[in-house]
Ligand binder design. Structure first.
Ligand code: HSE
Length: 312
């Protein structure tokens, strides 16, 4: 019996739609996997952090990212026995915090430990992606990759299964604010415009390149200058009533930049470690002033990825 933890994550990280992700610390999903005599993958139970049966997540193996990912891995590398999963959901649903990816990643990391021959950690990505595909309706690894590997990961679809861990800048943290509301990622993806101008494309390439270079060189001024999304954020931010106020509060508190986390509603900022409590409290205050309750997490940009917590 093996229990694995996988963290939530920030998708897109403002500059890299569908191809850049950042792991969070202190919030994630746990999956316990154990062998059964019956072939196939089943889910015994899904519980929330309060220990109660989860009010909305399914235990139907075809409808849960954990079991879909676990099944893909077990079918490719398992044996004739079966696996039963217990999912403990720590990431709020439809929060833009990579919850579906965290369940899928925790499941493959737990099941991997039960395989006749376990795979190297990074080779689990394609199996976890099977779960994510079910949830979001598209092929993007920007939540699965950081949840699996930790830190800041570049994972463009055209280069998969390769993913590249990007050096994170010294002394920079993320602040993630979760306003108490839900947004459906699959729906948000379907509403995006299909065509963009050459000017938008050039700007966004420059911002992604500038951000990654700024991270690698510890150039905080370049990170700040590059932290813009001219393509996706303008299409999505109106769905989050507190977005403008929270972003403005983060910038006034001297964050390096702020944007939506994934498809929202969560909003994140990058800032110097010592300034993170101040940025978090400014963002929370702005959100509550908009009439929306919220919770926030501060994470180092080097937050660790998924790992086995317990094995018996
Ligand atoms: N890159 C995805 C999107 C992340 O923005 O739709 C979803 O969490």
């Amino acid at each position: 019996m093996v229990t694995a933890f996988a963290p939530g994550s920030i998708g897109n990280v403002c500059v890299g739609f569908d191809m850049l992700g950042l792991a969070l610390a202190g919030v994630g999903d746990r999956v316990t996997a154990k062998r059964t005599g019956t072939a196939g993958i089943s889910i015994a139970e899904v519980r929330g952090l309060d220990g109660e049966v989860h009010p909305s997540l399914s235990t139907e193996p075809d409808q849960n990212t954990a079991s879909i990912a676990a099944r893909a891995l077990w079918q490719a590398h398992g044996d004739s026995t079966g696996i039963e999963l217990l999912l403990r959901k720590g990431v709020p649903l439809q929060s833009g915090m990579g919850g579906s990816a965290a369940s899928a990643v925790a499941a493959v990391v737990a099941v991997n430990a039960l395989l006749p021959e376990s795979l190297p950690h990074e080779q689990l990505l394609p199996f976890a992606l099977e779960g994510e595909k079910y949830a979001s309706g598209g092929l993007h690894a920007d939540n699965v990759a950081p949840s699996l590997m930790g830190g800041l990961v570049l994972c463009p679809a055209v280069l998969l299964p390769r993913m590249m861990q990007i050096k994170t800048p010294t002394g920079v943290s993320s602040v993630l604010l979760h306003p108490e509301m839900q947004l459906d990622t699959a729906k948000a993806r379907r509403s995006l415009a299909k065509g963009y101008t050459l000017e938008q494309w050039l700007s966004q390439q420059a911002y992604l390149a500038g951000f990654i270079t700024g991270c690698a060189a510890d150039d905080h001024a370049l990170i700040r200058q590059s932290f813009h999304d001219v393509i996706i954020e303008p299409q999505r931010s109106a769905a989050v009533a507190c977005f403008d106020a929270v972003k403005e509060a983060a910038m006034k508190a001297d964050a390096l930049g702020a944007s939506l986390s994934g498809s929202g509603p969560s909003i994140f900022a990058l800032c110097m470690d010592s300034n993170a409590p101040h940025v978090a409290s400014a963002m929370e205050q702005a959100c509550r002033s908009s009439g929306i309750e919220c919770q926030s997490w501060v994470s180092p940009m080097t937050a660790p990825g998924a790992h086995v917590e317990d094995s018996q």
